[in-house]
Design a binder for this molecule. Structure first.
Ligand SMILES: [Zn+2]
Length: 294
């Protein structure tokens, strides 16, 4: 697989490339704006030119994925918040398109005071409009709904939620799924053993279709199977464990797919040094490849 991590864009999106290389990424994930604010500073011509130069200079580092801001909730029953969310999501997709980014992942959202069905219809409405309104500005950027942990009124914790939106947003190869290991496990789908993994993948295929998976988030889970709690952990330190990740990295179906860590990039070492946890986690994943084990 094309393994990588979430990488900081502090100082400009183009700066992520050198940081990704330092972290031993094959591929990486970025935010193109503050993930906890609505407003985005528009890209200047220089921002885009610097980014495209970096793409050319680091041609082996691909694909790049963007994660949309966490505030966006296109499942919201509040018309004003829905519109604000939609416009923010559209802007995120347009920014990804301007950079020529391959994938943008977003959280399907929470239905709050409405119902699951109303929430799913609200997300579907957003996807239809989004695919239409960004057909020219982001023609090669695939919009991915992320699998979620099933917390509260969050949508995306059941494969059926994703299937509903994908089926009703109209056929598009620009709409797919980002499969987050921590979230899927927290939502109750086991992936720890080869048998459990195979069963979960068969279920995903039956309900959604494996061909809709476009990228992965690789996070271990601090909480147990089906607890519905979204807390990422470093690879092998959580409840999924190394055996779970071995199932993914050795599955030939995902050989060309990107998988990105979303865990804290550093940790303090005992001797006061700073440990690059992306390097540690990526080494752990690469160590699971069947060909590299004795
Ligand atoms: Zn994720």
């Amino acid at each position: 697989m094309r393994l990588g991590a979430h990488i900081s864009t502090a100082g400009g999106a183009y700066r992520a490339f050198a940081r990704a290389r330092e972290a031993t990424c094959d591929s990486f994930l970025i935010f193109t704006k503050s993930n906890r604010q609505w407003a985005a500073k528009p890209f200047t011509d220089d921002d885009i030119a610097f980014y495209k130069d970096a793409v050319a200079e680091h041609a082996d580092l691909h694909p790049v994925s963007v994660h949309a801001a966490y505030l966006i909730n296109v499942a919201s029953p509040d018309a004003a918040l829905w519109e604000k969310s939609y416009l923010a999501l559209r802007e995120e997709v347009e920014r990804a398109g301007a950079l020529g980014v391959d994938f943008i992942t977003f959280h399907p959202g929470s239905y709050m005071t409405s119902s699951e069905q109303e929430g799913l219809d609200a997300v579907t409405r957003a996807m239809r409009r989004l695919l239409d309104e960004t057909a020219d500005t982001a023609p090669n950027t695939v919009v991915c709904l992320e699998t979620m942990a099933g917390q509260g009124t969050n949508l995306g914790g059941r494969f059926e939620h994703l299937a509903y939106v994908l089926a009703n947003a109209g056929p598009s190869n620009r709409l797919g799924v980002c499969f987050d290991t921590c979230h899927v496990f927290a939502a109750g789908y086991d992936i720890r053993t080869p048998e459990a993994y195979a069963a979960t993948m068969m279920e995903f295929d039956r309900v959604v279709g494996l061909d809709r998976i476009r990228c992965f988030h690789f996070n271990d889970s601090k909480h147990g199977l089906g607890e519905g709690k979204d807390r990422h952990d470093h690879i092998g330190r959580g409840q999924i464990g190394l055996s779970g990740f071995a199932n993914f990295v050795n599955d030939p179906r995902w050989a060309d797919f990107a998988a990105h860590l979303e865990t804290p990039p550093t940790e303090d070492g005992e001797d006061g040094t700073t440990i690059d946890m992306n390097q540690v986690n990526l080494a752990a994943l690469r160590g699971l490849l069947a060909s590299s084990s004795a």
